[in-house]
Design a protein around this ligand. Structure first.
Ligand code: SF4
Ligand code: SF4
Length: 404
């Protein structure tokens, strides 16, 4: 979109305008997600300035920052900064060295695993909140046990797995060879789910896998935090270095350009007919999805991945894998939600009797709000507030848990 050459850096005027406009339209809380390219290339001074501007324009709002990095430039100055301002850091790490280095190499062709692993250690030792961001590609999909065990051993217990679905250059619907195949993806998720479930203790998860936790929201009748599982898109926008605003980072194209924040109003772009149209595209489903029993949970997948031609409709490349996984895990997810609801009702009764919550019972798993159903016919509904108890049952606030 911006060409392969040249450096694309956001200048101070655009940074100030972006933060000012975004915070001006926020209600009580606002979250900035910084991603590149590689955001550390902007230097620490840029982010110190961003925090300074957030304080200036914050009006008492709660402001959160998430930061996605390959970890190669991190040092103690960065980790001190992240800890001080409570940045949530997403570290791109695909698994152990043979998995990570398969595709993540530096400009000299060397694998980057050892440097990224050092950064993971530095972040964890410094007390920074870290998510492992792992891509599931044609190779890594073969190693779910090894990858899960590796992250656990590293102390990276918050994990996010993103399927790699890329189209071969010059084609409309042929997946690139490094993309994960649907069956491999389905098998990967099934194994991962069983490992996650085996690690539950006293009804509580001991590791966090974003997709599974998001799905639990959907099974509990709530709006899942992961956009790919939501009925529509359009909950966030992307601001590029030059102030250009787009509907989604996967759709930085002229078709979905909302405007430029140096000449337009960001709030107006959020609420524009074009952004609504973008959001509703996800809900315009191909016929296999409309007849699918898993629709209330899958929602047809991310529109970017709808590349497989069936008749004259395009369906999610990963569809078969998603079906395989939900056939495997759906009933167990429903059971988790049901058990949590029963536990909560028991606790509520206990609270009414004793008027005091015993310390050992303060954390329960999965808290779907009373009155919500888990039936497949009901679509996910209310989105939890950031200060609400997290529906995954961790006992933490939503913003500290699945809403991170
Ligand atoms: S297009 Fe995909 S990534 Fe973008 S908002 Fe929609 S579901 Fe999310
Ligand atoms: S599993 Fe397949 S058919 Fe069912 S909703 Fe998802 S993409 Fe559509």
């Amino acid at each position: 979109m911006f060409g392969a050459s040249g450096r694309h850096r956001m200048n101070d005027e655009i940074l100030r305008n972006m933060i000012g406009q975004f915070l001006a339209q926020a209600d009580s809380e606002a979250v900035f997600t910084w991603q590149g390219g590689e955001p550390t290339l902007m230097g620490l001074g840029f982010f110190r300035r961003a925090v300074e501007l957030q304080k200036r324009f914050g009006r008492g709002l709660t402001v959160g920052n998430a930061f996605q990095t390959n970890g190669l430039l991190l040092d103690s100055r960065w980790t001190d900064f992240f800890r001080e301002y409570r940045f949530l850091v997403g570290l791109s790490i695909d698994g152990p060295s043979h998995v990570h280095d398969r595709y993540r190499r530096d400009s000299g062709g060397q694998g980057t695993f050892s440097r990224v692993a050092d950064s993971a250690g530095l972040l964890l030792d410094s007390g920074v909140d870290v998510n492992a961001l792992a891509v599931v590609n044609d190779y890594s999909a073969q190693f779910p046990e090894e990858i899960y065990g590796f992250f656990k051993d590293m102390g990276l217990v918050h994990m996010q797995f993103t399927p790699c679905v890329e189209i071969l250059a010059g084609s409309e619907d042929v997946p690139a060879p490094f993309s994960v195949g649907p069956e491999d993806y389905g098998r990967f998720l099934c194994v991962l789910f069983d490992l996650w479930l085996e690690d539950f203790r006293n009804g509580l998860p001991t590791t966090s896998i974003r997709l599974f936790e998001s799905l639990l929201f959907a099974f509990a009748g709530m709006e899942p935090p992961q956009c790919t599982l939501a009925r529509t898109c359009g909950d966030y926008v992307v601001v590029e270095h030059n102030g250009e605003v787009y509907s989604c980072d996967f759709f930085v194209t002229p078709r979905w350009r909302l405007g430029n924040l140096m000449t337009g109003d960001l709030s107006g772009m959020f609420n524009s007919p074009l952004q609504r149209e973008f959001g509703e595209r996800k809900a315009a489903l191909p016929s296999p999805c409309r007849e699918c029993p898993w629709l209330p949970y899958c929602r047809g997948g991310c529109p970017k991945d709808r590349i497989r031609l069936e008749g004259n409709e395009r369906i999610d490349h990963l569809c078969e894998g998603t079906r395989m996984f939900l056939d495997h895990a759906g009933a167990k997810m429903e059971k988790l939600v049901r058990e949590s609801l029963q536990r909560r009702q028991g606790e509520d009764a206990g609270v009414r009797q004793s008027r005091q919550v015993p310390a050992g019972h303060a954390h329960t798993h999965l808290h779907p709000p009373a009155g919500m159903t888990t039936s497949a016919g009901e679509g996910p509904g209310r989105k939890p507030g950031r200060n609400d108890p997290c529906p995954c049952g961790s006992g933490l606030k939503y913003k500290k848990c699945c809403g991170r």
